[in-house]
Design a protein around this ligand. Sequence first.
Ligand code: ADP
Ligand code: MG
Length: 611
Amino acid sequence: MSQRITILPETLTNKIAAGEVVERPASVIKELIENSLDAGATEISVAINAGGRRLIRVTDNGYGMSREDALLALERHATSKIRVDSDLDNILTLGFRGEALPSIASVSRFSLATRETGGSPEGTEIVVEGGRVRDVKACGMPSGTVITVEQIFFNLPPRLKFMKSAETETGHVADVVARMAVSRPDVAFSCTSDDRELLRLQRSDLLRRLTQVVGRESSRHLYPVQGGDDSTTITGFISSPALVRSGTQAIYTYINGRFIRDKVVQHAVMQAYRGVIDRGRYPVIALFIELPPGEVDVNVHPTKHEVRFRRQTVIHDSIQQAVEEVLRRSPWLTAPAAAPHQASHPPAETTGQAYRERIAAAAQASLALPPRLQYRAQPGEQLDTAPTVRVTGAEQIVTVSESSPPFQPPQPPDESAGYFSSLTIIGQFHNEYILCQSGSELVIIDQHAASERVAYQLLKQQSQSGGIESQRLLFPETVELSFSEVAVAVRFNQDLAGIGFELEPFGGTTIMISAAPRMVARKAPLSLIRDILTDLERFGTTAAFDEARDSLLSRIACHSVIRGSHPLEQRQIRELLCRMDQTDFAASCPHGRPVSHVVTLAELQKIFKRT
Ligand code: ADP
Ligand code: MG
């Protein structure tokens, strides 16, 4: 019998490793910038053509490599950064696997030109094609390193198929450069795409760097954070509740200088903002967590976005505390630009409840300003009545108040019958409650709970009769998930389609949402889909999906309606009352909260001592 087991040739193992670290042009650029930073560069420029598909070039002024080192660097597991096992517990550089260069070189036409600072007067250029060294020659160049990657995945057709449009890939590249740039304001960065300049960032300080990246208007909403304990320091900037985004894109968190997207860290941040900003909204944040390398394992994941903390709870709580500390002081209340009429010296400490109320009120006040819409009409696109906010890269701002009704009724409401339609509308109280009269009774309706229940019942009906109405998104959204979330999305793909979501793999851990339940299609469904995947992760099996269906429907319903206080026109109130009549209110409410409350005349008379 012939031999069954063979040791794979290195060109092949490199290709396999490439599958882990090289997902798309942006991930190549991340690795290359990390190398440049590790090499002490103070200037890094990135250039791409056709979204990086045709060309990626990263140039740095770091300390470069000698010819011998350059050749070694292309060998698998060749690294100058760790030598022995125990170094793994002490990683201070960004790279350490010695996998990036050989992986990238194995799936592209690759060239590495480098000249060592203070070394030989000439540089070395090494040309590699699909993992095979084709040429090694001397070249004239300033000290530093230039890496050029052309025709990525030319020898890996399946990967090539996963690549998205040049525009999408360019977006990812810009995101990566922005993340790394925020982590190192002391390094100058530039990024050009097809000779168009996307970013040019001079060396500066963190606040300036951050506002350059997230948008100039944000600068007056950012406040410094300072926290931690003996072994941990937490520094950076966080936004006031007035500056929010619909997704987590502007949450920049770093551990020991490394960009991470970690659940624990994110949860801690969001806990601090709980009750201060609406659900589904995210602050703008650049947070740097420094802790002894032995306290954190960054070796969990090849692209190193997730980490494992030794003292997870402690870290979580100190992050939350550090952020809360700033929010508690509500510095924006005294900031002249934000609210000049506010008391100039608010008490440094207030009770939790009062603090949240005060912050919420301040946020509300600043949100009342007309939000800036960033809307890009696409060719041939029809404008809907209420403009959707297009989420575009770093500049995106979110509308917080929407004037559209919670959702479109399936058929025109029947004006004739029903208890709620028969009520006489008195008006709205606190933009949260609808007051009505029915004979000698005062009927108070919680408009949010009512809209939510109506939405929930409609979803249930649809789900029982053929499926939930789904709508293709005008602008499919991409969402980056953790590996486990991707696994859940794949496993429950059919079930999710049944409740109106169409999710497609988008390469790596990115998923594209191309359709969503009609009821929520106008709102960015990103946070909803994350919530749902998190739920499903807990439920486990498809059989469990059916049990979970109602709670998922209630989530969708919750997302479909306007949160918090919101002025309603008479017409909208009437519409809501009619729909309430069409809803089976005997069914249990999604959150078990009452929707309406009746105060009788007798009760009022008792209050006023008329009896
Ligand atoms: P790692 O970064 O994990 O060590 P890489 O494959 O990314 O592995 O790089 C291999 C080695 O090549 C690095 O350890 C470093 O010594 C060297 N190197 C890579 N890029 C550069 C650069 N831009 N400047 C100087 N040295 C570099
Ligand atoms: Mg590296």
